[in-house]
Design a binder for this molecule. Structure first.
Ligand SMILES: *[C@@H]1O[C@H](CO)[C@@H](O)[C@H](O)[C@H]1NC(C)=O
Ligand SMILES: *[C@@H]1O[C@H](CO)[C@@H](O)[C@H](O)[C@H]1NC(C)=O
Ligand SMILES: *[C@@H]1O[C@H](CO)[C@@H](O)[C@H](O)[C@H]1NC(C)=O
Length: 534
């Protein structure tokens, strides 16, 4: 008997690949987002699914930072002019005051027109259209990166596969309705402060929440108009495509990069809402490169990691500021790992400082000797440090960084100072305060243990639920009835109207009957009196 290579492959798969009853599936990721932070989360899910052995194809516009050798990447890049315009928009967005979510949402709707157009253009690319035009392609599942782009659900119908979404936000008013997640308007707000403990306990707060959510409805309506236009532009030529309003009822489930039990606010989740907050962080750290490993391993007094992110180049930091930081750090007994691009021109030589051009930040933070993380208050860095329970000193510069820093300090995870006005004495005092006062480490450690305490890890949850949808060819059975109800039915308004009208009718009827009775009695007693007089 001879076995050809194909049969051999099947045999090998049969013995090794028992992924809960499914073989390697063909999965398509639609990650056309022009936001780098969204793409990191989205690509993290693709990477995990590829590591699991699935055949993952991904469509992107940006060049992904996170990826995997086995992922088939279809990048539809921006033209040089568009890339220039894109970086200008990102720059102008980060300069705006984003403290009010309503104002920032409407501003975003206006400014992001260009970005949304590019996402649509990517789906029109011949290589991308080939995914459904070429009958050789068979997909078992589409994973869509979500941000106000419901029109892409049509693509899943085109490749005849169920769709799940990945979202950076918690199940809020913008996205929750796709899977019928209830919105407890009395205590959940569309406002940014939704995480606050006292939400909705007072009448005033609930009234504010109510008006915010009405504004949000208007926003959702405008976003929907845009989606319908894009949907028709992409798919209307095909008469077999359902109308947009039916298509949005076809999401199998949504992965949210959030974790309500530790981050708040506490809310109800339908079975189709799966929280995978921290998905971009590894469950177990990788071994460190040799030099870092022995430098950190021998840091008997602890170590400090200093990284001002990839956006902050020397042009943002004045040489005097770097000098001041060096003066403070070189005198510490702790060891310092300093992320520094230009190894020819370092801030200075010192035995306790190791400069490194590239750093596995996540793995360094996971090391038990790392005691403090000095950062630029980027969201990713703060999340990683909080995950590993490491206190922080944030040195924000622009964009969302000052806001991230303030919210980190409010949680008690560390301190913040502006990098632009950094002085030696306060910088030293802040470092020493965080290293010696245990309250910061305690706060961030207890958050970390809450954040990680889950029945299964984010990674396992992603794999389980993805394969669940593949095994059952979609998850229509998981859907909340709310998905198929209009707002009158969902809020029982018709029932209230019926009860009100019935009550009013009964009251009216009783009134008429009473009037009649009183009239009859009155006229009888009148008659009686008249008869007595006679
Ligand atoms: C993986 O998926 C792509 C896209 O459908 C397909 O072209 C390729 O043949 C698949 N590879 C395997 C090994 O199935
Ligand atoms: C300390 O440094 C030495 C020499 O570089 C190295 O061999 C050793 O493994 C380090 N110790 C730890 C605990 O990493
Ligand atoms: C989506 O539409 C397909 C085809 O009509 C259907 O079989 C499937 O059950 C739907 N999925 C959901 C989640 O509604």
């Amino acid at each position: 008997m001879t076995i050809n290579p194909c049969q051999l492959l099947i045999l090998i798969l049969a013995f090794t690949g028992s992924m809960n009853g499914i073989q390697s599936a063909n999965i398509l990721g639609l990650f056309t987002s022009l936001s780098p932070s969204h793409l990191i989360i989205q690509m993290s899910t693709a990477k995990i699914l590829a590591e699991r052995g699935h055949n993952v194809t991904v469509v992107t516009v940006l060049k992904p930072l996170v990826t995997h050798k086995d992922i088939n990447l279809i990048q539809v890049p921006l033209s040089t002019e568009d890339a220039q315009r894109h970086s200008e928009i990102i720059g102008s967005m980060s300069k705006n005051d984003n403290s009010n979510i309503i104002v920032s949402l409407f501003g975003m709707l206006k400014r992001t027109g260009f970005m949304f157009r590019k996402m649509v253009v990517a789906l029109k690319d011949p290589r991308v259209r080939d995914l459904y035009l070429n009958n050789g392609n068979k997909f078992d599942l589409v994973v869509g990166g979500y941000f106000m782009n419901e029109y892409q659900l049509g693509f899943a119908r085109k490749v005849k596969a169920p769709i799940v979404l990945v979202a950076l936000m918690p199940p809020n008013q913008m996205i929750g309705s796709l899977i019928g997640n209830p919105l407890e308007g009395s205590f959940l707000s569309a406002d940014k402060d939704a995480g606050k403990k006292d939400q909705g306990t007072s009448f005033r707060q609930r009234l504010t929440n109510y008006f915010y959510s009405q504004f949000f409805k208007l926003f959702n309506y405008l976003s929907e108009r845009r989606n319908i236009d894009f949907y028709n532009e992409l798919f209307a030529e095909d008469p077999s495509m359902p109308p947009f309003h039916d298509m949005v009822k076809n999401v199998s489930l949504i992965f949210f990069a959030s974790h309500g039990p530790s981050e708040g606010p506490i809310r109800a989740l339908v079975p189709a809402a799966i929280e995978i907050g921290g998905i971009h962080i590894k469950d177990k750290p990788d071994p460190l490169p040799k030099d870092l490993s022995s430098f950190l391993g021998n840091a008997t007094d602890g170590a400090i990691l200093l990284s001002l992110g990839s956006n902050v180049k020397s042009s943002h930091v004045k040489p005097e500021t770097v000098k001041k930081m060096f003066n403070v750090l070189s005198k510490l007994k702790q060891r310092v790992i300093w992320k520094w691009e230009d190894l020819e021109k370092t801030p200075g030589k010192s035995d306790n400082i190791l400069y490194s051009k590239w750093l596995p930040q996540d793995d360094v933070l996971a090391h038990p000797n790392t005691k403090l993380f000095i950062n630029h208050a980027g969201k990713g860095g703060i999340t990683e440090a909080a995950y590993h329970g490491k206190p922080m000193l944030a040195l924000p510069i622009f964009g969302d960084q000052p806001g991230n820093a303030i919210s980190m300090v409010q949680k008690g995870f560390g301190l913040t100072q502006s990098l632009l006005t950094l002085e030696e004495q306060p910088f030293l005092e802040a470092i020493q305060d965080i290293l010696t006062n245990p309250q910061y480490t305690e706060k961030v450690s207890s958050y970390s243990s809450l954040y990680r305490d889950r029945p299964i890890t984010a990674r396992k949850s992603l794999i389980y639920w993805t394969e669940y949808v593949i095994r059952h060819h979609g998850a229509a059975h998981l859907q909340s009835p709310l998905v198929h109800m209009n707002s009158i039915a969902a809020n029982n308004l018709d029932v209230y109207v019926l009860i009100f009208v019935s009550l009013a009718a009964v009251i009216l009827l009783l009134k008429i009957v009473f009037k009649f009775i009183i009239k009859t009695i009155a006229s009888k007693s009148k008659k009686g009196k008249k008869q007595k007089k006679h």
